[in-house]
Design a protein around this ligand. Structure first.
Ligand code: ATP
Ligand code: MG
Length: 608
């Protein structure tokens, strides 16, 4: 991908902003399922529900059903974007539907603020859970009644029992990889006794933690998840959806397969850490189908490797620590890998969809380079972002012969000369922008060297450069302030060299520099971001990720920007020529106080 800089020719073709789809194991599974018709007989009654409810429905208009099931206990991060793109993307590709399901079975951690944030973010990424005239937005907590009924069924069928062992005994008796488990003394209670006890649990007759409901599977299974997993626990906690209706709550591993089944999900896609849960997922649904509570075929679980990106943390808990310890300024700090943070940083939905596709979908983990993420953003902005000039570290350049060359105005003042530039170098339809050059302009401090190092082609006494879109100038010297810092650079304008005028390139120069006029430049705050961590895998191997925080991850500078940026609205994205892509901050930017965030630098080798 090429980028624009004053001294590099444009060569590349327009970027493809939508991913080129490559096959992956999930696409292959879906294609083979569609070919074999395993799911073809499924019915859908228009809403989630048990076997009888669905059986009375129509043949499912969705060829496949997937779901994105976030727990509303925090803001979504870039790892979730992978899961969203995968689940919604596969449904789109194969004529299916993807449900947005709030997995809110845990009463204590969930919050409406997070629910709203997730809804906004999934929409922003470009996905929709409305299909066939129905909104497929669901809450797992709406299924508590069915989950309870299923638990009573399992008890009645001899597949579940109330265990009153202490948590400690239960842990010890579960065994480990080398030792089989030991049956609980409560395992052989009769269904009637278990049912009575379970109802007492529901009716708040027992203390939190005093007993649990467990499935009766196999205490000797080599898969520890099958050693009579807990399916219900007592927890006197108010739930954001069901209030204090329940004092018992289902465990995630019990709730999740049931949620999938009630929603007629065909392909339940999750991350690899759930692989060992799959036998339990299948066992549970097989029992409920046997009991007539659900219909065959059950949903099937498939696991893929989670997205890991170098220099990025994707754990809600650790991200929360950064926020609560004030290491960053909130969940939407532009350095955060949350989707609200990336959005504020200037990331586009297209760039994140592109990343999700490029990172690939496989069963073996791995790390995606941070530079891949940045590359995806550059590619989507390259063809769309209007160009502008900005000087991030301004010093004054005085064109000492300006009045002599340009003449004075009627009032005896220095004249201004209008320069124009395309809004986008490849998209003439976007028009032109204009700004003025005058006797004084702002240039980058780094573009001047009194004693140039070898290979330096920009301003130094005796050298000529072009002021981009303007004239060629020749540097004559500089003045320093009391501290010895360069304060002003002097140069002479070379007449008849203005860009775009006949013969303007007869004077050859090796350097072109960007600038902003003193007369019409506008002040702006620019926030320059770097990676939040200095380590490529900040939390690998249980490392203290706070120890590798980059102390320079935010630097704020007072910049001068060209007048066309006066029209910038929050969220508008630009390429500041030679510097990178910037976005008008979606929180702090205003007409009276312009604020721009660095989204990503140019893949530019402006090292001349
Ligand atoms: P965290 O560990 O950050 O809390 P989580 O997995 O608990 O994440 P959930 O809200 O439960 O977060 O997850 C919603 C979905 O997003 C799940 O299907 C989960 O597997 C998926 N997901 C979470 N992190 C990633 C990741 N890094 N890559 C791909 N998918 C992910
Ligand atoms: Mg979780």
């Amino acid at each position: 991908m090429s980028t624009t800089s004053p001294n590099s020719a444009k060569t590349s073709a327009p970027a493809a902003t939508e991913p080129a789809k490559s096959s992956n194991f999930l696409r292959q599974i879906i294609e083979s399922d569609l070919a074999s018709g395993v799911n073809a007989g499924r019915k859908w009654a228009g809403t989630p529900g048990d076997g009888a409810h669905q059986a009375a429905g129509q043949p499912d208009p969705a060829r496949i059903r997937t779901r994105f099931p976030p727990e509303p206990n925090g803001y979504l991060h870039i790892g979730h974007a992978k899961s969203i793109c995968l689940n919604f993307g596969l449904a789109q590709e194969y004529g299916g539907v993807c449900h947005l399901r709030f997995d809110d079975t845990n009463p204590e951690k969930e919050d409406q603020e997070f629910v709203n944030g997730i809804v906004d973010t999934v929409r922003w990424l470009g996905f929709d859970w409305n299909a066939n005239g129905t909104s497929h937005l669901y809450h797992a907590s709406d299924y508590f009644d069915f989950m309870y009924r299923a638990a009573e069924y399992l008890i009645g069928a001899g597949h579940a029992y109330v265990d009153e062992q202490s948590a400690e005994d239960m842990r010890i008796n579960r065994g480990d990889f080398s030792r089989p488990g030991i049956d609980s003394p409560f395992r052989s209670r009769s269904p009637a006794e278990n049912l009575e006890r379970f109802r007492e649990m529901r009716d708040a007759k027992h203390l939190d933690g005093s007993m649990v409901l467990r499935a009766k599977v196999d205490m000797a299974s080599p898969n520890i998840n099958l050693r009579d997993p807990t399916i219900y626990r007592i927890r006197r906690a108010e739930h954001h959806n069901t209030g204090d209706k329940w004092c018992i709550y289902p465990m995630y591993a019990y709730a999740h397969p049931i949620e999938d089944a009630l929603e007629q999900i065909t392909h339940s896609i999750c991350t690899l850490e759930f692989e060992d849960q799959r036998p339990w997922y299948d066992w549970l649904l097989a029992r409920l189908i046997e009991g007539g509570l659900l219909n065959a075929p059950p949903p099937r679980q498939y696991e893929f490797a989670r997205l890991n990106i170098t220099y990025v943390i994707t754990s809600k808990r650790k991200l929360a620590a950064l926020v609560y310890d004030h290491k960053v300024n909130g969940w939407d700090d532009p350095r955060m890998p949350t989707l609200v943070g990336l959005r504020r940083r200037g990331y586009t939905p297209e760039s994140l969809r592109l990343l999700a596709e490029r990172a690939g979908t496989s069963k073996s983990g791995g790390w995606t380079e941070y530079s891949t993420l940045e590359g995806c953003l550059r590619e989507t902005l390259e063809e769309t972002a209007p160009r502008a000039m900005a000087v991030l570290d301004p010093i004054r350049l005085v064109l000492t012969n300006w009045d002599e060359v340009m003449g004075l105005s009627a009032t005896g003042d220095s004249k201004l000369d209008t320069c124009s530039a395309p809004v986008h170098p490849h998209r003439p339809e976007l028009g032109k922008r204009s700004f003025s050059m005058g006797r004084e302009v702002w240039i980058e401090r780094g573009d001047f060297e009194e004693t140039p190092p070898k290979g330096f082609f920009r301003l130094f006494p005796g050298n000529k450069v072009r002021l981009k879109y303007g004239h060629v100038i020749e540097c004559t010297g500089c003045t320093r302030d009391a501290d010895g810092r360069v304060d002003t650079v002097q140069a002479r304008l070379i007449p008849d060299t203005k860009s775009g005028t006949p013969g303007s390139d007869t004077v050859k120069v090796k350097g072109v520099i960007t600038w902003v006029g003193v007369a019409d430049g506008r002040k702006a705050e620019v926030r320059l971001y770097e990676r939040l961590f200095n380590e490529p895998q900040p939390d690998a191997g249980g490392r203290d990720f706070l120890a590798s925080l980059n102390p320079n991850s935010l630097r704020i500078v007072q910049a001068i920007v060209e007048p066309s940026l006066a029209k910038a609205r929050q969220d508008d994205k630009f390429q500041f020529e030679r510097h990178g892509y910037f976005v008008a901050d979606r929180v702090d930017h205003s007409d009276s106080r312009p604020v721009f965030n660095l989204s990503v630098g140019l893949k530019d080798t402006w090292a001349k």
